[in-house]
Design a protein around this ligand. Sequence first.
Ligand SMILES: [Zn+2]
Length: 254
Amino acid sequence: MEHVDMSLIGSLYKLYLVDQQLRALTARLEGSTRHLDVQSRHAEQATQQHKEMSDELRHLQSQAALLENDVAAAELRVDHLREQMNSVRTNKEYSALLLEVNTLKADKSKIEDQAIDHLSRAEELKKEIEAVETHLAEIQRVKALAEKDLTERRAEVSDRLNELESERTQAAAQITPQALALFDRLADNFDGEAMAPVAQDDPRRMEFTCGGCFLAIPTEKINQLFRDSDLVTCTSCGRILYLEEDHRASLGTK
Ligand SMILES: [Zn+2]
């Protein structure tokens, strides 16, 4: 839609269009930034999880190694006791050694069980760590894509952003400070929708609604709009009303 007339409403409409493009562009960048943030957080979490599991694995492995040392020490001690048993003279001494051997064997067997538990837990953990590594690699891949996307988007948008910003400055310069303040406030409140077209559902009836909130607009406001000089706002939502060009033409012929 071309607006060449430099009426206030025309200038505002021009500003409205530029402002919306600016907002859309900025929102797209924000979307990409948010996406990257989420991926970075996931990557951090998975890295942390991987570190904790790796620490636990090392701990289990060193515990298992200690237990295996204990087993080896118990075996040496049993060998030593058996040698002693060959040279004892009394039954009492023999029985005492035998008791110690049996106790040692029982202890050794418990320690071996513990070592096996540790090692089998370590094996499970290794598999879990592999799964985390696969997951982490996938996150890193998505994160790299998100980074690339943001970089590309920034590059592609930066020229257009500068253009639009200077267009916006130019458009804003055509508007009185009061009208501009109103426009900015409305644009912030309505997510860029500072203005709304007047809608007429049935062309045969002089009934008009606001294209922003869809509520009725009093006829006097429509008449005011045709006088063209003042800003007219919707009684319900407060958006700045404008007449779409064809609409204005068809109404104007009446
Ligand atoms: Zn409204």
